[in-house]
Design a protein around this ligand. Sequence first.
Ligand code: MN
Length: 231
Amino acid sequence: MEPISYVFPATTPSVAVAGEAVRFPVRRIFCVGQNYAAHTREMGGDPDREPPFFFMKPADAVVDSDATIPYPPLTHDFQHEIELVVAMARGGADISAERALDHVFGYAAGIDLTRRDLQAEAKSKRRPWDWGKGFDHSAPCGPLVRTANVGLPAAGRIWLTVNGVIKQDADLRDLIWSVPDIIAAASRSMTLTPGDLIFTGTPAGVGPIERGDRVTGEIEGIGQIKITVAA
Ligand code: MN
């Protein structure tokens, strides 16, 4: 019998670095659920500082800015979530919040694309979120800006438009858990490694996007992420 042929992936998933030819290789994608009080309430949750919780997307779900993304299968409620993305340059377990920023490569604006109907079904049936969150092209991420250029983005406008209409508009000040808190919490559960991305949660105003829509997200001082949903 002939052995079954197979092909290794040609490239490691990666995201752009602002103003540089080098790209940041992605190892894993962690995402924080419900990290802005108003969004937590709109999803039916209670924002009173419960510990942050996480879910994951596959590394090859990353998509560069200006990509055209196919409308994903199995959903009738494809939604946008603008988020601050943290890129880890150094790993570690049990990283303290005080030292967390020493581990950060940089930041970007990203969109946690969500099949909301599948996520809602998973929640109601107490099933995993993977099918609602971790599908192909579900993690658009703009160019990373290095920490040396921005410090800790603890404040700044974060917003998203669909076809030029503002849908999400908030401030990083409204994060329930700060970037150092999130890194500390994640690293208590898993050893973080260089190449890990953390999507830090979305503010209120999430909603559906349709075929042909142009979606633009921006974080003050960090940058933009733009996608088009294929017609
Ligand atoms: Mn999210």
